[in-house]
Design a protein around this ligand. Sequence first.
Ligand code: ZN
Length: 70
Amino acid sequence: MSGAHGSHGHDEGDGDEKPEGPPTEFDCPDCNANNPCDALRDKDEVLCLYCGGSFEVRLPPQGKMKLKAL
Ligand SMILES: [Zn+2]
């Protein structure tokens, strides 16, 4: 009898796949501060907690979220 193959069922390096969902944070275009927030939707208005700037969320179906200064 020769030994069994020891296969460790340990999958690493799968990357961190983010589940699709609304962003829950944004980086302020003005001061670059990271602001956690509620789930963002297109045309939401967000307020930077650091510099007080307000921005409108542009969330295209595909691609990155953008913030437009108000
Ligand atoms: Zn800011």
